[in-house]
Each structure stands twice: as structure tokens, then as C-alpha cells.
Design a protein around this ligand. Structure first.
Ligand code: GLU
Length: 555
């Protein structure tokens, strides 16, 4: 067959040449070892927590090596596209401090290697599609869209179980060979009838043989050679992922492809295409699915519906972006936590991220661990930072509370409790938790949330609170304040000295800890609170004593 003629028939409109494209997208001028990586999402409108993994790996690899990190929007499947999703995605990632040097940004494109939206690159793909036809490596299949979609679904299914498709292997092989069997006249007839075609690449591999492929995290792997003709272009002329990946990552000069492990079985297809094109393939890192562990110990993929899967959840709950990133870093590199312990004040970007320290098995999503990390991160922030971020959060998620934060000094004083120093308090890791922590400090949100334990005599409480009011002086320092509380003990039959109390608890009605608790519940409404003296200092004498009086009246 005259393949050159066939390529002209199929792609009469291609005017660009490969030389022009090579000149337009030359190898990048970057320092030695600089990596070029990308995030290449399909704009389906949902930003999954799992998406942060490949993104952060790509970002770290590029930026720590002086390279380029760019965003390519893979919108070749128009049916799945959600309007505005790409812009929202960029915004979300930037909220997490992940920024792109190039690509499809919210306000248009930036960079010399675009267009960065695949839907705008059809004429580029066609240049290479035409070449593959001219070389006898690709062929058209004329079908209706429905037939094609059936074909593609069958292919997809086979791909999923590609290692073991013997049962229907023979039938599939025959169908594939039949597709390759056509004449130039057939093509001319179909074209003049206005029929559309999909383009397939001829597979040259032998599925019973293995080929060695490399993944930087998983090492050398043996995968079956590709013996399935791959769809390059769909009947609308838009490429499949496989073809677009090869063309784009070549022209955009990607050095490292970081993507989900679901693409690993297709790697032999991609490597075959790179070799057909005569291009050097990039290095690959396939990231495992994020798993969650159920109560019964079984592991499942973190699915869309799971708590923590949708990045919007994190904003709503008020996880600060740095905490989420910090958590992802601990999952990504096994030595990150150790580094963090040694460098508590350094930015995560100073950590020497290393692909070799990544785990090849799936990371386990652990909300408890995330909470721990978040508490640590927030405890290391300044009161100003916490205040600023909390206020922004409150405006969206606690609008009735937000105006109260207008008194910045007051809010900052609360946030400053136990902050700084070697062992900062770790009361809250999210803004929801901080909101809850702050409630007792504002009359509008103060409530007696905890009851006094039944074991404590109500008249003891009444007496203790009254005695406390009698001696309380707002000018007392912490020491004097506490001495006065101790002084209440003896007349009530409570022990002022904890050590002594422990040796003979039956000799007393209770201890100074119980007396403090009585005041604490009256003032904060809770059995647990930060240092009560400090809390009262912040609340002020008037508000504190009013609450105590109110409690006496209610008892
Ligand atoms: N659009 C593909 C996806 O969302 C990208 C895979 C890749 O990074 O190459 O899965």
C-alpha cells in the first residue's frame, strides 16, 4: 500500500512540519539535572486529596532542581469536562502553595511550550499522526461513533486485564487483524461518503514476551510487550490519552512523568509509541492509590465519598494548607518526620525530597495522623498568622462569629495562650477546633457545656464559688490568685496540698483540684480549659465574676 498517499488522504489539512515544531519547542535551556515535570489533570471538577501526591512530587522535583513545573489540561474527553473546573483547580492548588511556572493559568496561558490545553493542540497531534500513517505504523478505522465507543470500551476492558486476556484473546486478535485489512479504495470510498475514522497504531509487540520497564520508585519491572493496537485519534480527531501523552511530553520537554499507578499497565504502549516517534521517553514515577483502613483492618481506595477525599472538606474544616502539605510530605518521604523533628522551623521546601525515599506501596490515609500533624503545625505558627487565617476561615464558615474577631487584640490574646517556647500547647489543629476553643471567651458563644460531676456536693460548690468571689482581686498575680484558692479549701474540708491529699484521700471531701474545677466550670463552662488564671485575665474581672455569680444563682 502507498502509505504516503494514504497519509495525504487522511490528513490533507496538515501544513506544519515536524521540523517547525521542533524549532518552536526546542530543548529547554536549564541547568544540569534540572527536571521538567507537569501536573496533567482532566478537568472533571473534583479535586481529590490523592491529587496532591503526584502534584507535590512533581512540584518538588522540578523546583528543588531548578527546573520547570507546568500545568497541562487534559481535556480530550469533552463529555467529562466540567465548566470552570480548570480555573478552580489552579486556585485550589495555589491555596496549598503549589504554583505552576507555566501552563493554563486562571487568566490565560503562560509559557513558550503551549497551548497547554489539549483541546487546542489538535493540529499538532495530526502532524505526528500523519507521519505514523506515512510510515505504515498507523491505520484508520471507519465506524460510527457508537461502534467506535464499543470498540474503545472493549479495548479499555482488555487493557485493565491486559496481563490475562487469553479467553477472548484469539477473537480479539482476529478482530484487530481484520481492522488492519483494507485497501486504499475502501478508504477513498469512506472518505467521500463523509465518514469519520479513528486512527490506530499497529502494535509490534508479542504479548507473551515481557519487556523491562523502569519506574523510579518501583525499580525495574517486567510488563508484557504491547500487542494491542492503540487508538491514537478518536473519530473527532481528538487524541486519546496515550497519544497526547507521548506527543505533549516530548514537545513540552518533560523529563519526569509523575502520574497515578493506573497508567502503569499502559506503559509498554507509551514506550512503543515513543520508539515509533524516535523520541527519548521521559522517566516515570507511578504513584500508588491512597488507601484508607476500615475498622475491620481491611484497606480500600480512598473514594470520592470518603471524608478527606475532597480537598474542599479541608477548607471547610479549617485545616491550614501548610498542615495538609506537611501531612502529605510525611506520607511521601519516609525520612520527612525525622527531618522535621530536627528542623522544626524550616520550610518544607528546604527538605531534600528524594524519590528513593518514596514507598512503592499505597499510602494509608489516616485522619488521626493528619490531626496530629495539624496540631504541630498550628502550634508552631505565630499568633498573628493563626489569627489572620482563622479570620478568613470564619468569614466563610462561621459568619456569625467572624464579627467578634474584629477585636484583634482580644482574639490574639486567646490565641497566644501557651504559644511559643520549647513546648507550645497543641490544643487545636483546625480552625473548627480553634473556634470551639475560643467559644468560652465570648459571651455570645459561652455556654455551660460540662456539668459538675455528680460526686461533687452542690452546696460545696456554692460555698466555694462564694468564697472565691469574696477574696478575688483582679490585680493578683498568678501565685497570689492560687494561694487564695488554696485558702478556700480548709474551711470546706478540702485538702489544699495534692501530695497530702493523695496519701489520705478519705480524710477530705476533696482537693484543691476539685475547688479549681468548680471555678473552671463556672467561668469557662468546661471541665478542661487552658490555665484558668490566664483565661480570667483575658476575660477580665467583670465577665469572670459575673459568670461565677450566675453559676451560684443557678445551683
Ligand atoms: N489526565 C491524566 C489523568 O488525569 C493524567 C495522567 C498523567 O499525568 O499523565 O489521569
Amino acid at each position: 500500500m502507498d502509505y504516503k498517499y494514504l497519509s495525504e488522504l487522511l490528513f490533507p489539512d496538515v501544513t506544519m512540519t515536524e521540523e517547525e515544531l521542533e524549532a518552536k519547542y526546542p530543548p529547554r535551556q536549564l541547568p544540569d539535572g534540572a527536571k521538567v515535570t507537569r501536573f496533567a489533570p482532566s478537568p472533571t471538577g473534583f479535586v481529590h486529596f490523592g491529587g496532591l501526591f503526584p502534584t507535590l512530587v512533581g512540584e518538588r522535583l522540578a523546583h528543588q532542581s531548578g527546573g520547570v513545573f507546568y500545568l497541562r489540561i487534559e481535556d480530550t474527553d469533552a463529555r467529562r469536562e466540567v465548566e470552570g473546573a480548570a480555573g478552580a483547580l489552579v486556585k485550589t492548588l495555589s491555596h496549598y502553595g503549589i504554583n505552576f511556572d507555566e501552563g493554563a493559568t486562571a487568566d490565560g496561558e503562560r509559557g513558550d511550550y503551549g497551548p497547554y490545553k489539549q483541546s487546542k493542540r489538535a493540529d499538532i497531534y495530526h502532524v505526528y499522526a500523519k507521519r505514523l500513517v506515512a510510515e505504515g505504523r498507523a491505520y484508520p478505522v471507519f465506524s460510527t461513533d457508537e461502534e467506535l465507543s464499543e470498540l474503545l470500551t472493549a479495548d479499555k476492558k482488555a487493557e485493565l486485564k491486559s496481563v490475562n486476556w487469553e479467553e477472548d484473546g484469539q477473537a480479539r486478535r482476529e478482530a484487530m487483524l481484520a481492522r488492519r485489512n483494507f485497501t486504499i479504495e475502501d478508504v477513498e470510498r469512506e472518505l467521500s461518503a463523509g465518514h469519520k475514522f479513528a486512527l490506530f497504531a499497529i502494535a509490534e509487540g508479542d504479548g507473551t514476551r515481557k519487556r523491562r520497564v523502569n519506574d523510579l520508585v518501583r525499580g525495574d519491572l517486567e510488563l508484557p510487550e504491547n500487542d494491542e493496537d492503540v487508538v491514537l485519534l478518536k473519530s473527532d480527531g481528538i487524541p486519546t490519552y496515550h497519544f497526547a501523552h507521548v506527543v505533549d511530553d516530548h514537545l513540552m520537554r518533560t523529563t519526569h512523568v509523575v502520574r497515578g499507578e493506573e497508567w502503569l499497565p499502559s506503559l509498554p504502549k507509551h514506550l512503543q509509541l515513543f520508539s515509533y516517534m524516535g523520541w527519548k521517553a521521559p522517566k516515570y514515577i507511578h504513584i500508588s492509590q491512597i488507601m484508607r483502613q476500615d475498622a475491620d483492618g481491611s484497606k480500600k481506595k480512598l473514594s470520592k465519598r470518603d471524608m478527606g477525599a475532597n480537598l474542599d472538606d479541608y477548607s471547610r474544616l479549617g485545616y491550614c494548607p501548610r498542615a495538609v502539605i506537611e501531612y502529605v510530605m510525611t506520607l511521601l518521604n519516609s525520612n520527612y518526620e525525622e527531618w522535621r523533628a530536627q528542623n522544626p522551623d524550616r520550610d518544607y521546601t528546604e527538605f531534600p525530597f528524594n524519590v528513593k525515599k518514596m514507598s512503592s506501596s499505597g499510602c494509608l490515609f489516616d485522619m488521626k495522623k493528619l490531626d496530629d500533624v495539624a496540631k504541630n503545625v498550628v502550634s508552631r505558627m505565630t499568633a498573628d498568622e493563626v489569627y489572620a487565617q482563622f479570620r478568613v476561615w470564619a468569614e466563610s464558615y462561621a459568619p456569625e462569629f467572624a464579627p467578634l474577631l474584629g477585636n484583634a487584640d482580644y482574639a490574639r490574646a486567646i490565641i497566644s495562650i501557651g504559644r511559643g517556647g520549647k513546648k507550645p500547647r497543641k490544643d487545636y489543629g483546625t480552625w473548627v477546633e480553634l473556634y470551639n476553643y475560643m467559644k468560652p471567651f465570648y459571651d455570645g458563644t459561652f455556654a455551660t457545656e460540662d456539668e459538675y460531676p455528680d460526686t461533687v456536693d452542690r452546696s460545696d460548690i456554692k460555698k466555694a464559688l462564694s468564697m472565691f468571689l469574696e477574696t478575688y482581686d483582679k490585680n493578683d498575680d498568678a501565685g497570689t490568685w492560687f494561694e487564695k484558692i488554696k485558702a478556700i479549701c480548709a474551711p470546706l474540708g478540702y485538702c489544699a496540698d495534692m501530695k497530702e491529699y493523695r496519701t489520705a484521700p478519705d480524710a477530705y471531701r476533696g482537693s484543691v483540684a476539685d475547688v479549681s474545677m468548680m471555678i473552671r466550670v463556672a467561668v469557662t463552662g468546661r471541665l478542661n480549659s487552658p490555665d484558668l488564671y490566664t483565661v480570667m485575665q483575658i476575660l477580665g474581672a467583670e465577665r469572670s465574676t459575673a459568670r461565677v455569680r450566675d453559676m451560684i444563682n443557678r445551683l
